[in-house]
Design a protein around this ligand. Structure first.
Ligand SMILES: [Zn+2]
Length: 530
């Protein structure tokens, strides 16, 4: 009996599958028996857990999880040999994968044991034999793949179905007297296919159709709920008018960031022919559906997200405080511009809607009125007088304070010279202290008032020209620019409308609150429209 750990690796090849279909029996079970016999004959013991059986049949190591496990076990160096039916069972993928496998066996000193020969990778002749055999296997694989592709293309040209899964509405059936498959109408599913086409032509969107199918408890052939994309996919599939394709989903392998990835080949040389299967949808229906798709593509303008409401976020509902919303209307203004309506979105709010153009016009008129009114107010000499009076009052206080402080100094001197008694000094100086404190408070107040006035003046110096400029150019701006400029001038504005119906189109009231320093904010300045 040989000592050491031995593994068995089993994997089906494509040819095995073909052979199985011809009735040659299950390949892996046969290979397993064969290799266990070999182990018996050579006195090798293989534990059940050391039999590695690959279920998937990818050619690359990445696609073969069991091969990855086997390589890890071999790498650890405690495996004496791996039994397999032939060298090509270990791998006939690309040269890199082949190299990985050979190196792993070489460096771990692991034997490859096949029924016909045992390979020791450290032996030069064996190594070369393995390399040669792998090369041959790889070339053979490529030949098989090419034959397969040609075979599929030839099948499609004959109108046969070469896809693995049948589309919804059909079953995949084996052709009786020749190689290959075709589609057979699944009567139950075909009814649903017709229903989907029918609903679409009646104006149902893909979403609504999917919802309808959900209500009816109908699932896709994978057992999933219908979705808008799966409905569209079905509506665009010409298999329902009897066509078959090849190459439509052709995948190509490309290197991306050093990783091999599969990609759909675009604009590939596709084959589209009349299939031998029965159509479910007639040509007339199909063409109508195609027209609908082309029409909707041609007519779906990109969504216009530009701002339509120049009063957006500025104007609030006076009743509930909520921002007024804006919506397009079908009618037009006298100057043939698209009309919008302003309304309060709050449920049950009794504030009535108005046309945006009417509100906007009134808004600007009111702003104009406010500006005119304010301009005359500031130009009034009385305002300037007020500032002058404050300034001279401040000057008086300052000189008075200086006088009092001098007196205080003098009391101290008199006390030092012994001319003032202590009691007299305290009485005099505390009186002076009180006077000084009172004056200092007055001085602070006046200074604050003067600086506030001047800041208001400065602010007005900015705000008024800004407003004036905006009002001059307002009607030539687009909504977005209007909105931005208004926000700089207006803190907020409210809207309310109690009456509605004909004759009350402009029976709304606007209150506008310009951005002014708090103290003199003319909040109560009502700009009322009756
Ligand atoms: Zn409201």
């Amino acid at each position: 009996m040989e000592t050491g750990r031995y593994l068995i690796y089993l994997r089906k090849s494509r040819e095995d599958r073909d052979a199985e279909m011809k009735g040659e029996g299950e390949t892996l079970a046969r290979h397993r028996r064969e290799l266990l016999d070999l182990a018996d004959r050579t006195g090798i013991l293989v534990k059940e857990e050391d039999i590695f059986e690959e279920i998937v049949s990818g050619d690359s190591i990445a696609a073969r999880p069991v091969m990855q496990k086997l390589l890890t076990a071999v790498e650890q160096g405690n495996v004496t040999g791996v039994l397999c039916i032939d060298i090509d069972r270990l791998g006939r993928g690309n040269m890199i994968d082949q190299g990985i496998i050979q190196q792993t066996f070489l460096y771990s000193n692991t034997l490859i044991i096949t029924p016909s020969k045992t390979y020791d990778m450290s032996d030069e002749i064996d190594n070369t034999t393995v390399e040669f055999k792998s090369l041959m296997a790889r070339q053979e694989l490529n030949m098989i793949k090419k034959r397969l592709i040609h075979g599929r293309e030839a099948s499609v040209k004959e109108g046969k179905w070469v896809g693995s899964e049948p589309p919804y509405g059909y079953n995949k059936v084996k052709l009786s007297k020749e190689k290959g498959y075709t589609l057979q109408v699944n009567q139950e599913e075909a009814k649903i296919v017709k229903l989907i086409f029918d609903l679409f032509l009646k104006g149902f969107g893909a979403n609504r159709i999917a919802g309808k199918l959900g209500e009816l408890g109908i699932k896709t052939n994978k057992g999933n709920a219908w979705s808008a994309p799966s409905v569209i996919h079905l509506l665009k599939n010409d298999v329902y008018v009897g066509k078959v394709h090849y190459g439509r989903k052709k995948k190509i392998k490309v290197m991306e960031n050093g990783i091999l990835v599969e990609k759909r080949k675009v604009g590939s040389d596709t084959v589209c022919v009349d299939g031998i299967h029965e159509p479910i949808i007639n040509m007339e229906t199909w063409e109508k559906v195609c027209d609908k798709f082309t029409y909707s593509r041609a007519h779906s303008a990109p969504i216009d997200r530009t701002l339509k409401n120049p009063l957006a976020t500025i104007l609030k509902c006076e009743k509930c405080g909520y921002t007024m919303s804006c919506q397009p209307r079908n009618d037009r203004t006298q100057s043939n511009k698209k009309r919008y309506v302003l309304f309060c979105k709050t449920k049950n709010c009794s504030c009535h809607a108005s046309y945006l153009d009417l509100v906007e016009k009134q808004f600007i008129n009111s702003l104009n009125g406010w500006l005119e009114q304010y301009k005359t107010q500031t130009l009034e000499p009385q305002n300037q007088n007020n500032t002058d009076i404050q300034k001279s009052a401040l000057q008086n206080i300052i000189s008075e304070l200086e006088k009092l402080e001098r007196q205080l100094d003098r009391t101290c001197e008199l006390l030092e010279q012994g001319l003032y008694s202590k009691e007299l000094f305290i009485a005099r100086s505390s009186k002076l202290y009180n006077q000084i404190n009172t004056l200092k408070k007055q001085k602070e107040k006046l200074e604050a008032s003067i600086s506030r006035d001047s800041s208001i003046e400065n602010y007005k110096k900015e705000l008024f020209p800004k407003t004036e400029n905006l009002l001059e150019s307002y009607w030539s701006l687009d909504s977005e620019a209007k909105n931005t400029a208004l926000k700089e001038i207006i803190e907020r504005a409210t809207y309310v409308k109690e009456k509605y119906g004909k004759g009350n189109e402009d029976a709304f009231t606007l209150h506008i609150y310009p951005r002014l320093p708090k103290k003199q904010n003319p909040c109560n300045l009502l700009l009322r429209k009756r």
